[in-house]
Design a protein around this ligand. Structure first.
Ligand code: FAD
Ligand code: NAD
Length: 462
């Protein structure tokens, strides 16, 4: 007994771990006729992360940016097995993966181990908290769909509680103080979306409270958005100033408490600030399962940030059977969807070549056993074995900064362009509309945008 693998003993078993940007790009581009493919992921859907901050304020409904992974796998030539489970450990020597069903409802069997010939490891990363006290207990993250839903609930809760009769003025101010930690693109987009919610909807529905809502963005480094050009950083800072979003740079959050955040100010003094809600967007760190995998190959895996890979995305220290892509790796590239999806697509193309190589190797062995000449087969093998390294093509960086304005650092034919404003916002929308996973997602997201224009954002706190 065990999972029903689409087993054809003549084909190699490929196990794909994760259902995010890297994995889905691999699956979309893979010729499944060559392999037995199994996908293991604790969520049975793909999440379109760029629009997650829009879900947090109710501009977009959660379901509009999700797509069941089976939507992709059912269209492939050969059946792909999808298992909703969390990878617990990978043994790179025995070439096995152990995974478990960790959902509320479990059957008699909820944990098992299966072998693989190739592993596509794309589990992403988790949010970096640097072990700062209180972050996990009191802050909201912005990584998974549940985080956006929790954000919306908490935010509306703060507003409704501030409106409770008899609330003291200082308590109202505390409840309506929203602190976003991290001046990377996630923190900037969350702040921008919060501002829109405030301006477009809350000022109308909660006129007396809305004017007291305060948004503060805290960044430890001297500047926000270090990956963008100076011009666009300045544009973002001035837009935030107009939007009355306070940016505190050079300021480090040292602790998050139930009702306050403890800050280390640029002059190193400590300040405790009352808050209603803290959103933590402090960057990425490797998942536990990745740290465990790296610890099994200590000599080759020395970078704690993520898995070290070679220029063909093969995990260093393995015999070329484990490939790692996306946010779980530590490479020269930024951990973005763009990088993860190009890496996934690259491996799928390489697998076409690997299938040819594996078939030739088998033929050579058979011919050798029969005592025949393998010369021409070996020539073909040399050609097939010449695999091209991964090459990343940067299409540019885009971010939404609120007030129907976006910023973009783009590259066309090796020329760089920077732009910010309303036209860039329209470009931002159309770029994401075209990269959404499916026609269903496109229809749902455009309907959500239209609904918000007509009726405003949903204020319901479920
Ligand atoms: P993910 O997409 O995170 O996928 C990881 C997958 O692994 C998930 O399916 C997860 O469920 C699964 N998984 C986790 N643990 C396990 C386990 N133990 N076993 C099996 N499976 C597991 N990038 C851009 O380029 N442009 C943007 O506009 C942009 N906007 C973003 C907005 C937000 C709010 C966030 C959080 C990120 C954004 N990013 C953006 C970054 C982008 O989302 C990531 O770089 C991208 O998701 C990385 O892809 P991945 O496949 O490595 O990981
Ligand atoms: P990030 O790593 O880009 O930024 C996190 C920020 O938090 C850092 O600047 C860090 O200095 C700050 N920080 C950490 N701890 C702090 C503390 N205690 N006090 C104050 N500041 C603290 O993280 P992100 O914004 O989540 O982005 C992660 C990745 O996803 C990046 O590669 C990013 O490019 C990508 N992303 C891209 C987009 C986009 O293209 N629109 C949107 C979101 C995320």
């Amino acid at each position: 007994p065990g999972p029903q693998l689409p087993h054809d003993p003549s084909k190699k078993n490929v196990v794909v771990v994760g259902s995010g940007w890297g994995s889905t790009a691999f699956l979309k581009n893979l010729d499944t006729s060559e392999y037995n493919v199994t996908v293991i992921s604790p969520r049975n859907f793909f999440l379109f992360t760029p629009l997650l901050p829009s879900v947090a304020v109710g501009t977009i409904a959660p379901n509009s940016i999700l797509q069941p992974i089976r939507y992709l796998t059912r269209h492939k030539d050969r059946k792909i097995t999808v298992i909703e489970a969390e990878a617990k450990s990978v043994d790179p020597i025995a070439k096995t993966i152990t995974f478990a069903d960790e959902t509320e409802v479990q059957g008699e069997v909820s944990s098992t181990t299966i072998p693989f010939d190739y592993l596509i490891y794309a589990v992403g990363a988790e949010t970096q908290t640097f072990g700062i006290p209180g972050v996990k207990e009191h802050a909201c993250f912005m990584k998974e769909i549940q985080d956006a839903e929790k954000f919306k609930r908490r935010f509306m809760d703060c507003i409704e509680s501030a409106g409770f009769p008899g609330q003291r003025e200082e308590e109202i101010e505390r409840l309506l103080h929203m602190v976003v930690v991290g001046g990377g693109p996630t923190g900037i987009e969350v702040s921008g979306e919060l501002h829109d919610f405030l301006e477009d909807d809350l000022k109308f529905w909660y006129p007396e409270l809305a004017q007291k809502i305060k948004i503060t963005l805290i960044e430890a480094l001297p500047s926000v958005l270090p990956m963008f050009s100076r011009e666009l950083i300045d544009y973002t800072v001035s837009t935030f100033k107009e939007s009355k979003i306070d940016i505190l740079t050079g300021t480090m959050v040292k602790e998050v408490k139930e009702k306050t955040v403890v800050l280390q100010m640029p002059d190193k003094t400590i300040k405790e600030v009352p808050v209603g809600m803290v959103v933590w967007a402090g960057g990425n760190k490797a998942r536990g399962v990745s740290i465990d995998l790296m610890s099994r190959l200590v000599d080759a895996q020395k970078n704690k940030r993520g898995i070290t890979v070679d220029d063909h995305l093969r995990m260093a220290g393995t015999d070329g059977t484990i490939f790692a892509v996306g946010d779980c790796t530590s490479t020269q590239y930024a951990p973005t969807a763009q990088v993860a999806s190009q890496q996934g697509a690259y491996i799928a193309r390489m697998f076409k070549q690997l299938a040819k190589r594996d078939a030739l190797l088998e033929q050579i062995m058979t011919v050798q056993k029969e005592g025949g000449s393998t010369e021409s087969l070996e020539k073909q093998l040399t050609k097939v074995e010449n695999l091209r390294p991964f090459h990343y093509s940067h299409q540019g960086s885009l971010a939404y900064i609120g007030s129907e304005k976006a910023i973009a650092d783009l590259e066309f034919f090796h020329h760089k362009f920077s732009s910010g404003g309303v036209a860039t916002f329209l470009f931002w929308r159309s770029a994401y509309m075209s990269t959404l996973f499916s026609l269903r997602n496109r229809v749902l997201v455009s309907t959500d945008w239209l609904k918000v224009k007509l009726f405003g954002r949903d204020l319901v706190r479920d």
